[in-house]
Design a protein around this ligand. Structure first.
Ligand code: GLV
Ligand code: MN
Ligand code: MN
Length: 422
């Protein structure tokens, strides 16, 4: 084995990044690649081609359509897995997700080309449907392998147009009828490492190239439906109206007031989807659909806010004479990441004199679900201007290079270990 430590080749990394960024490109710097779209399918093909033909990995697609690429180790041990997701939010950026996949592939390729003799298998994974999508099931791939989504549940899911999830998963190379086979445990996966953009401004403001993530926020999502009464916008007197839009707007404002008043570090609330029916100039809105999301560092703070919002909606329903129903879509607890992996990454940063900062993530990630059954850790690289989930996402490649080299060292150290349990 050569004496020099392995380091990555950023030229072919950037070439790959450009190739994948073209898929689903919106032409303005962003990408539109939601789960189930043609761009999602096209990128799946390209990722499998890169992993199989350019890196020489054994590639397979599991029943929930996660893509895996494996390089066997010398011993019969659980795998060290690196990865992220390749889907995007509607009209999102190029970096959220795919960056972590290309980094995973680069780490494995660099170690392979260096001739690193590894005991554990090294694997990359690209998870299915991490982002919210028309099937209203996010982090679908990681939740499924963690055993948090069942075959029975998934088989009855359809999208907003009635297309079955089974059709979409089949088109992506999976098969929901075999879901139990997708399940992974600690005896399959020794450790999971995910590189991701920070999506906020803390690293940029601190002028630090690397964030070592301590934990991931809890996320609660509730679908609220308001049913009022559609009626003539000119002839209906104000006192006779049951305007569903105005009730929905009051709910959104109530949520803002509640999270402000809670004064709990990091607690945020958002109404990110808001649709009205029939949505016409001369009709009082008869129905309104809202997607409420609450995030925080503790389940307590999240649940208290959700309960207060429920009280507020009862009052709004009474005041406006509308009917409001709630459907909880997600109630994900905050998740600490593995202290043993955090320590290894800190050591690697010290060895390479890479400045870092410890951060708690207010964005959701597949690593949350991986951490529910094995050791999982995350690294962040700075997002310029804190922009994310929009076309302006940007991260400097020099920071990505530091992260790749840090991960290479972490994987090399990790491979010497057979247990991470203290
Ligand atoms: C994932 O992108 C999330 O934070 O919603
Ligand atoms: Mn995202
Ligand atoms: Mn992401």
């Amino acid at each position: 084995m050569p004496n020099l430590l392995p380091t990555c080749d950023m030229l072919h990394f950037m070439d790959r990044f450009d190739r994948i960024s073209k898929i689903g490109s919106t032409g303005d710097g962003g990408v539109h690649r939601p789960f189930g779209s043609t761009a999602d399918l096209e990128l799946r093909d390209l990722l499998q081609h890169i992993a199989r033909e350019e890196i020489g990995l054994e590639v397979h697609v599991d029943p929930i359509a996660n893509i895996w690429g494996i390089r066997l180790g010398s011993e019969n041990l659980p795998a060290i897995v690196l990865g992220s997701h390749h889907d995007s939010v509607p009209h999102g950026g190029r970096f959220d997700g795919p960056l972590g996949i290309l980094v995973a592939l680069e780490v494995i390729q660099t170690l392979k080309e260096y001739g690193f003799h590894h005991r554990h298998p090294l694997a990359f994974v690209s998870f299915t449907a991490e982002e919210p999508n028309p099937f209203d099931v996010s982090t679908m791939g990681s939740r499924t392998i963690a055993g948090r989504l069942t075959k029975e549940h998934l088989l009855q899911v359809t999208d907003w147009d009635g297309r079955s999830l089974q059709d979409a998963i089949t088109a992506a190379g999976g098969d929901l009828t075999h879901i139990p086979l997708a399940r992974k445990s600690k005896s399959d996966i020794f450790a999971f490492l995910e590189l991701h953009i920070e999506q906020g401004r803390r690293l940029e403001l601190a002028k630090v190239p690397i964030g070592i993530v301590t934990g991931i926020c809890g996320i609660y999502r509730e679908h609220i439906t308001v049913v009022g009464e559609a009626n003539h916008a000119g002839t209906t007197m104000l006192r006779d109206r049951h305007d569903a839009l105005l009730a929905g707007a009051q709910i959104a404002l109530a949520l803002e007031e509640l999270v402000k008043a809670a004064q709990t570090d990091g607690l945020v609330g958002t109404v990110g989807r808001f649709t009205i029916t029939p949505n016409a100039a001369n009709i009082i809105p008869g129905a309104c659909d809202l997607m409420v999301e609450i995030r925080g560092a503790t389940s307590d703070a999240i649940h208290r806010t959700a309960q207060s919002l429920a009280k507020a909606t009862t009052a709004i329903a009474k005041q406006r004479g509308v009917v409001i129903t709630h459907d909880v879509l997600l109630d994900q607890t905050p998740q600490p990441l593995a202290p043993e992996l955090i320590e290894l990454m800190k050591q690697a940063a010290h060895t390479q004199t890479i400045p870092f900062q410890s951060l708690f993530s207010m964005a959701g990630h597949d690593a949350t679900h991986m951490a529910s059954f094995t050791h999982a850790a995350m690294l962040f690289v700075p997002s310029i201007g804190g922009k994310s989930h929009c076309k302006d996402e940007f991260t400097e490649m020099r920071d990505v290079e530091l992260a790749i080299n840090l991960l290479i060292q972490t994987v090399m150290k990790l491979d010497l270990l057979s247990s991470l349990d203290i």
